[in-house]
Ligand binder design. Structure first.
Ligand code: F6R
Length: 631
């Protein structure tokens, strides 16, 4: 999390920095800050504000900042509270060096202790502040070697300093001694360089620079670069100069527009019929000879034949998508599948088993725990002599240019377009679709379902876009009304079973993260083993009851809640049994396999309207960030 942006060139830096920070605010909004080199004096002017970017913009209103070289930061607090003193940029004691950083410096305490012994006084509680102090110390050493004050010297100093840093980071450094230069570096945190007209820039993510250029150079892991108004020099960790061709940004990577919606989240919920259409167009291909559909994943799928089991690694909402995926892969495709929290997997992985496919699921492609867990899995499998243990990997992501995109050879791009709302909606939906594709592919390869059964599932998927449009039209207003009655509740229970149990978990997560109302999801059959003690008339129960294998069971579980006076909301088609619900959010009848793709929509809408009714910042809920690049 945290977003960084930096620029050097012949144009004023501030507009680009502020525009970039606005586009990066989804990565964190505890504080924002900028540092710009003053053209006449070459001094660094630093300005920071607690809270949202608008506070920084207010601070800067009456200031004339004309410098052309600068850095900016939007923070998601890790070390130190969200206060001005902990806001970036951080400077050294002389104020001649300024640094913005995204990541965590794990050995900062050791480094800080050593610097304090040398007499350095720290002004913040952050891990980042060690960096400018270390660079200052390094520059002092280099000046004794009679190195000139220029960008190359700053590059050497930063390179020496980062070799002592442990953890992950993306950083940008300004030095008044080289007032037109910027040094940027990354390890396991994203950073892309942009080539503009008369300026070079870099940022944590493409939208931050998309208004200024559509030509980019992604920086690879462990690389460091010197940016000046005249050009860019990139070096790898062995100090070898790197040359690579710039690439163009796709239009979809540039557009961030709320259209006429009040919030990005609502727009993104409404994007879902389009997400479904896109997926069908991109990934479903009809074989003209036999009329059968194939899933068009771009990688060679030969290795699927030898796969005997699947491990899926993910966090948060992506894990809920993985749980639906696991249900499909086991129950439809017949392959034993386990889902792991990435943060657990990396420290307590299951014993190695042969012929295993590992799937990493992350919309951002940057989630630190997921990246580290996959990395660990690649290493331990690659070091095995037995070939059946070798790593087979797939990543499901919305950002194929991200860290996971570089880490894993086989990518399923969920093609959801940029999601700005911090609460994942359309990316969850697109992750689900990707798992349907995998389940179909495995079922075809393994012969676990007849072509007829596979055809039926595909037909249901093809029907999705108009059904989703219909759902949105029906439930936007009704969930707004429901939100009016429920915006003040304290606890909500979500129940689901089978393939819809993860949807209960996701419904609960959506509600709590944007409305700050306590919510918990349970497999409906588990309620009587404890959670039922929570129920009374103040605790509504939202029950997902899709006709199929467990419909009657879910209705009985809902009955048990009703007997404890809970207000019952049903997510179900209108049919026998659903009359027990006090309020029914009607879902079109469908095959049980595809029901999660429909059931999730009213739950997203309900969470959205409750949070909006409470007057909360739906797109940027407190304490959260879109891309969790710290452990
Ligand atoms: C919730 C949400 C988070 C993310 C989680 C993993 O709405 O968005 O729970 O799902 O932080 O993020 P990714 O998918 O980027 O790995």
């Amino acid at each position: 999390m945290c977003g960084i942006v930096a620029v050097t060139g012949y144009k004023k830096a501030l507009p680009l920095l502020l525009n970039g920070l606005e586009k990066l605010e989804y990565r964190g909004y505890d504080s924002a800050g900028i540092a710009v080199i003053e053209p006449e004096t070459k001094n660094i002017i630093c300005n920071k504000a607690e809270g949202k970017l608008r506070n920084l913009i207010n601070n800067l209103n009456d200031k004339n900042i004309s410098g052309t070289v600068g850095i900016g930061h939007t923070r998601w607090a890790t070390h130190g509270k969200p206060e001005v003193k902990n806001a970036h940029p951080h400077t050294d004691s002389s104020g001649n060096i300024a640094v913005v950083q995204n990541g965590i410096i794990e050995n900062f305490q050791d480094l800080k202790n050593k610097l304090e012994i040398e007499g350095v006084i720290f002004n913040s509680d952050t891990d980042t502040e060690v960096i400018p102090h270390l660079i200052q110390r390094e520059l002092n050493t280099l000046s004794k070697l009679k190195l000139e004050n220029n960008g190359s010297t700053l590059l050497v100093a930063v390179r020496n300093v980062i070799s002592d840093l442990e953890g992950s980071y993306a950083l940008a450094v300004l030095w008044s001694g080289a007032p037109t230069s910027l040094v940027v570096a990354r390890r396991q945190a994203p950073l892309i360089i942009g080539l503009g007209e008369g300026e070079f820039m870099c940022a944590s993510d493409t939208p931050a620079i998309a208004n200024f250029t559509n030509i980019i150079l992604p920086l690879e892991d462990e690389e460091i670069a010197l940016l000046t108004p005249l050009g860019i020099e990139i070096y790898d960790s062995n100090n070898e100069r790197q040359y690579r061709n710039p690439v163009s940004l796709k239009v979809s990577e540039q557009i961030i527009d709320k259209m006429n919606f009040k919030h990005f989240m609502l727009k993104e919920i409404y994007d879902q019929p389009g997400t479904a259409k896109n997926w069908l167009e991109n990934y479903l291909i009809k074989n003209s000879e036999n009329g059968q559909y194939q899933i068009n994943y771009s990688f060679d799928t030969k290795f699927f034949e030898s796969i005997e089991r699947i491990d899926i690694i993910a966090c948060g909402t992506s894990k809920h998508a993985a749980m639906v995926g696991s249900f499909l892969l086991e129950q439809f495709s017949g392959i034993p599948t386990n889902v792991f929290y990435a943060s657990e997997f990396r420290y307590s992985p299951p014993p190695l088993l042969p012929n295993t496919l590992t799937i990493g699921v992350t919309q951002s492609g940057e989630t630190a725990d997921t990246i580290a867990a996959i990395d660990m899995e690649i290493k331990r499998r690659s070091s095995s002599v037995d070939k059946t243990f070798k790593p087979n990997l797939i990543a499901i992501t919305n950002r194929k240019e991200s860290s996971i995109g570089r880490q894993v050879p086989n990518i399923i791009d969920i093609c959801a377009g940029i999601e700005v709302g911090v609460a994942a909606t359309k990316t969850f939906f697109a992750q689900l679709l990707s798992f349907y594709g995998l389940a179909i592919k495995f079922a075809q390869i393994k012969g676990s379902q007849s072509p007829d059964e596979i055809g039926k599932l595909i037909t249901e998927l093809i029907k999705l876009p108009p059904l989703l449009e219909d759902l949105l039209e029906k439930h936007n207003q009704s969930s707004e009304k429901l939100a009016h009655d429920f915006f003040n509740i304290k606890d909500v229970i979500f129940l689901g079973r089978g393939i819809n149990y993860p949807i209960a978990l996701e419904g609960a997560l959506k509600l709590k993260e944007i409305s700050y109302i306590h919510a918990a999801g349970y497999p409906a059959g588990e309620m009587k083993h404890g959670p039922i003690a929570l129920l009374d008339k103040k605790v509504p129960v939202i029950s997902i009851a899709s006709p199929g294998e467990v419909f009657d069971k879910v209705i009985s579980n809902a009955q048990e809640a009703k007997a404890r006076d809970s207000y019952l909301i049903g997510i179900a088609p209108e049919c026998n049994g659903t009359e027990i619900f006090d309020y029914l959010m009607k879902i079109p009848s469908s095959n049980e396999w595809v029901s999660p793709l429909l059931n999730i929509v009213p739950l997203q809408l309900l969470s959205y309207h409750i949070a909006a009714h409470r007057g909360l910042d739906v797109d940027q809920p407190r304490n959260l960030a879109k891309s969790v690049t710290v452990e």
